[in-house]
Design a protein around this ligand. Sequence first.
Ligand code: DC
Length: 201
Amino acid sequence: MSFTVAIDGPAAAGKGTISKAVARHFNFGHLDTGLLYRAVGARMLDGVEPVAAAKALDARDLDRTDLRSAEVAQAASKVAVIAEVRAALVDFQRAFARRSGGAVLDGRDIGTVICPEAEVKLFVTASAEVRAQRRFLELADSGTTYEAVLADVRARDERDMTRAEAPLKPADDAVTIDTSALSIEEAVAQAIAVIEARQQG
Ligand code: DC
């Protein structure tokens, strides 16, 4: 039996943390779809044309150690505006969503475009300032400043929300979790409660 949990939201809102915790709690598979776009972005930085990179993407590309860098994040956000890049990644994501035993997919367009039939849709968000502060603490040793991280977060939000193709926005039937003032445990508990309510019909 398949059961799909779609988790969308902007960068550094807590999607990844919540998705991993939810997948562990329910013993569902987890796909961080941002990694697919990051892998294509990294290939573009290597000099490969992005549509060709998306069509040729393979598992090894997802194991690269540079996928979490700020440079690759910006490249990912840039390749993500290209309709043919997005189209090349659809089948893989949909197949994962329908795997038996349940699946959590997190990204920007999972509830709106990839899995409009998902059993549960969550939109995980937080203010840009809170998200930048969290990302800044994660990057503490890298010599960057809070202002630079905030500018990066805003630039990525702007690009992700205003693109023509699958822009970041909550699905009409998504439940929004604003994590600005929540601990990780509180945010995870809210997500689990929504999923349990849906499982019980
Ligand atoms: O979630 P992330 O920060 O790893 O995502 C990197 C970029 O990839 C993000 O800025 C937009 C793009 N992305 C997307 O367009 N659609 C998705 N489902 C996931 C990510």
